[in-house]
Write a new protein. Structure first.
Length: 147
């Protein structure tokens, strides 16, 4: 999402029973049979938030297949970077399509403040998803070394 203050990241708060905490995450979900990772990302974004987005062009659309904890299990992830046009009429009257057991609260954070916001949210008792934390750390590293 791009606002006058710069790009923002759409995050969500969702309770996760395995850790018994509300987790700060990006919209995500499982890929359905016959669906690409990009199609899944667009579908999950719409279902969980109501937003309509487009996969980013220029090589930043999709990451390689990554493994969360290969020493323990084969859980894997493909991150798909999606932009949301806040001027698109489809993004004005949001209608998430949550499943019966989903309770999701969405909010945005300026990318420049993501690391500080993660620290603040952690201090408030939220769990930070590793994908969000890794992005926040990467931004801070880029700032520090002026990359």
């Amino acid at each position: 999402m791009e606002k006058s203050t710069g790009p923002e990241l759409l995050l969500q708060k969702q309770y996760r029973p395995p850790i018994d905490k509300v987790c700060i995450e990006v919209p995500a979900g499982l890929i359905d049979e016959g669906e690409t990772a990009e199609q899944c990302a667009i579908r999950e974004l719409k279902e969980e938030t109501g937003y309509v987005g487009k996969v980013m062009a220029g090589g930043l659309g999709q990451t390689p297949l990554m493994f969360n904890d290969p020493g323990f299990c084969n859980t894997n992830v493909i991150m798909v970077h999606v932009t949301v046009d806040m001027n698109d009429p489809a993004n004005q009257d949001l209608k998430p399509e949550l499943e019966e057991n989903e309770f999701i609260e969405c909010f945005t954070v300026p990318l420049t403040n993501l690391y500080a916001e993660c620290r603040k949210l952690e201090g408030q008792g939220y769990a930070i998803d590793a994908r969000v934390g890794s992005l926040a750390e990467g931004i801070e590293v880029a700032k520090k070394w002026k990359l």
